[in-house]
Design a protein around this ligand. Structure first.
Ligand SMILES: *[C@@H]1O[C@H](CO)[C@@H](O)[C@H](O)[C@H]1NC(C)=O
Ligand SMILES: *[C@@H]1O[C@H](CO)[C@@H](O)[C@H](O)[C@H]1NC(C)=O
Ligand SMILES: *[C@@H]1O[C@H](CO)[C@@H](O)[C@H](O)[C@H]1NC(C)=O
Ligand SMILES: *[C@@H]1O[C@H](CO)[C@@H](O)[C@H](O)[C@H]1NC(C)=O
Ligand SMILES: *[C@@H]1O[C@H](CO)[C@@H](O)[C@H](O)[C@H]1NC(C)=O
Length: 446
């Protein structure tokens, strides 16, 4: 029979390693320029008065100190995450459209460095059910002084509004509706490629087509301009429930917006769910179950990426502070159709190496891949000059201190693309028909 103190040791790590981790995250923090969080801190400060973290955790954590640490990790994680973003600049558009060049030439520019500020608001604990619920908030803050690229940089990029709306109509409507759309597009003067600056590309450029679409289809497009980051970081009211009571599943997701799965990827019931859309038991990566059994894959859900992505234990390493950490690497096949985590596709399926996340983005044909089409269908790569996939630099991993379940560093890389499908009735996107056009790639780092 195990008595009190012994149980504590079993359940939570020793004080020393916890201190080390706190120092480690503090140390990491200081090695970057201090960034002012602004009002977020004030808001978080007010919330912290409403709940007493010590009281919350006494059910599961006998030691109050550990409870406070865990609470802080969720409310405002002590580490800082940065996002390096690279834009693909299309540099031979006139030559390509005139037929002189057979391939599109893209030139990676950047990085544009952002800080990703992730907090959780309205944290509340249901002691009886042993769960914690919260509203995640995620914000991006541009760091111009740390960036190579600036918002004023002139770029040439595909007209996302035109490509998305044309592809959607091609998918959903017949020839005549597409022909009618073509007349509107021509009348409005929308062009396939646009000159804009990096800031407009991220946060929105005005295209008459979006205004028309948002007026005609108010339930579908509720924004007046299209910007790729603006869409990815649009504030939705999300609610997450995380498991606390069950030690073997602690910190894993129970539900997201009250659902154990992702309806956007076809989730209906747990029984019928597949790894792609089952959120119950996955992790967002803020913390994972202490003493995680590393023989099992680590499924990570990220709302923006609209699917669960598998990571697997690679090796044990030593951290700078002298304690062991476990490296989990994203499955090489994560973006392939052969991956057990791939979503089922019956129509308009993308080539290998692309994950369709259109259902999370108003049906816009947004596709994720690894940067520079790494491990993607070679046919897609051949359509472009300027793709330089690098298995080392473009892979994704996360390093975790598994006894407590704290991620200490990570690098996850993803590219955002737009898939083009054209209808005979609407020739406006014909030059790029059946291509997956790269837009930008992000490297999330801690
Ligand atoms: C993007 O490409 C265009 C066309 O080649 C060029 O004029 C522009 O300077 C490029 N932008 C950047 C930031 O390099
Ligand atoms: C937190 O709760 C308040 C009150 O219900 C709500 O107004 C606010 O939007 C919530 N925060 C988030 C991020 O959803
Ligand atoms: C799910 O499966 C379990 C056991 O296989 C069964 O008892 C349960 O009724 C099923 N639930 C639904 C909603 O089909
Ligand atoms: C860890 O998981 C593997 C595979 O699922 C299993 O075979 C093994 O028994 C587990 N180890 C422990 C200690 O639970
Ligand atoms: C993923 O698909 C690509 C393209 O078909 C292929 O080259 C690669 O070997 C696949 N990778 C894995 C791990 O299955």
């Amino acid at each position: 029979m195990v008595v009190g103190p012994k149980k504590v040791i079993q359940q939570v790590p020793s004080r020393i390693s916890l201190m080390k981790i706190q120092n480690f995250t503090a140390h990491k923090r200081q090695s970057f320029v201090t960034v002012v969080y602004g009002t977020l801190f004030i808001i978080a400060g007010i919330i912290s008065f409403a709940i007493n973290p010590a009281e919350i955790y006494t059910n599961w954590f006998v030691d109050i100190k550990e409870g406070k640490f865990v609470y802080k990790m969720w409310k405002e994680p002590t580490y800082e995450i940065f996002s390096d973003i690279y834009i693909f600049n299309y540099t031979n558009v006139p030559e390509f459209l005139s037929g002189k060049d057979k391939q599109l030439r893209v030139d990676e520019i950047g990085p544009y460095k952002f800080q990703e500020i992730r907090t959780n608001e309205n944290i509340s604990i249901d002691k009886d059910r042993g769960v914690m619920t919260m509203n995640p908030v995620i914000k991006l803050k541009f760091l111009p002084d740390k960036s190579v690229g600036q918002y004023s940089d002139p770029i040439i990029a595909p007209n996302i509004a035109l490509v998305a709306i044309s592809t959607l109509l091609a998918d959903q409507m017949g020839y005549f509706a597409n022909a009618a759309a073509y007349y509107s597009i021509t009348a409005l003067g929308s062009k396939l490629f646009l000159n804009m600056n990096a800031g407009e590309f991220f946060w929105g450029y005005n295209d008459p087509l979006v205004k028309v679409a948002s007026t005609l289809l108010p339930g579908w497009i509720d924004f007046g301009k299209v910007g790729i980051l603006d869409r990815f970081y649009a504030q939705r009211r999300d609610k997450v429930e995380v498991e606390l009571g069950n030690r073997n599943k602690r910190y894993s997701i129970n539900t997201w917006n009250d659902s154990p799965g992702l309806p956007e990827q076809g989730y209906t019931t747990l029984n019928e769910s597949i790894l792609c859309n089952r959120l119950k038991g996955t992790y967002e990566g803020l913390m994972i179950t202490p003493r995680y059994n590393v023989s099992n894959p680590l499924p990570i859900f990220r709302k923006q990426a609209c699917r669960v992505y598998p990571f697997r234990f690679l090796e044990e390493r030593m951290s700078d502070m002298g304690f062991p950490i476990s490296r989990f690497k994203m499955d090489e096949s994560a973006f392939n159709k052969s991956s057990p985590f791939a979503c089922t596709c019956t129509k308009n399926c993308l080539p290998d190496g692309f994950v369709d996340i259109g259902s999370c983005y108003y049906g816009f044909p947004i596709a994720l891949s690894k940067p520079h089409f790494l491990d993607a269908d070679p046919e897609q790569q051949k359509m472009f000059v300027g793709m330089h996939p690098d298995p080392e630099a473009h892979a994704s991993h996360v390093d975790i201190e598994t006894s407590i379940g704290v991620p200490l560093s990570l690098r996850t890389n993803m590219q955002v693309n737009i898939a083009v499908r054209a209808s005979g009735g609407n020739p406006s996107i014909r030059p790029v028909k059946d291509k997956v056009l790269p837009l930008m790639w992000l490297s999330l780092k801690k």
